[in-house]
Design a protein around this ligand. Structure first.
Ligand SMILES: [Zn+2]
Length: 168
């Protein structure tokens, strides 16, 4: 199949892929590790290949890019060209995330999702505050937690973390 992306789209694409293993994500991992929480990275045996797996606590953790996973936050912005292509792609990703979630929950895992906008961008939280929320979840009994940046528009989706409608 031929490459359907223009050079500009490909560049955008690569920037987004390179967003993995970013400095803020590494800081968060380091803090969790320092807090005594041991994890495996990218466990292929689990549905969705979670970014971090805390097996002792039965927790699968994902660090989701807001673009690829269609987070309804200011970090999510559809490119102006080929909107339909991107909309379909992201809808596909979201559907897959949903299936992954159900499969993990069915298998008795608890799910922690850290959205990229909590780690970087204008609404980011401190790594320490994210780490604290993660640790509380990991050692608790709650089934699911999502951590977002503090500039989420208010909407029907469940959110956690401080929220504000307008930047002050
Ligand atoms: Zn986001």
């Amino acid at each position: 199949m031929t490459d359907v992306l223009t050079p500009a789209q490909r560049r955008l694409n690569m920037q987004r892929i390179r967003g993995r293993d970013t400095a803020p994500e590494m800081t968060l991992r380091r803090l969790l590790h320092a807090g005594g929480f041991r994890y495996r990275l990218h466990d292929k045996k689990l549905p969705g290949r979670p970014d971090l797996v805390f097996s002792r606590f039965g927790v699968a953790m994902f660090v989701h890019g807001c673009f690829w996973h269609g987070h309804g936050c200011p970090n999510f912005k559809l490119p102006v060209t080929r909107r339909e292509f991107w909309e379909m792609k992201i809808a596909g990703n979201k559907a897959r995330d949903k299936r992954t979630c159900s499969a993990l929950l069915d298998a008795g895992w608890r799910i922690l999702t850290v959205w990229e906008c909590s780690l970087k961008g204008p609404g980011r939280l401190t790594a320490e505050s994210i780490a604290r929320q993660c640790e509380r979840f990991i050692s608790g009994r709650q089934q699911e937690l999502e951590i977002s940046g503090n500039r989420m528009a208010s909407g029907p989706e469940k959110q956690t973390g401080a929220r504000q409608k307008e930047p002050t």
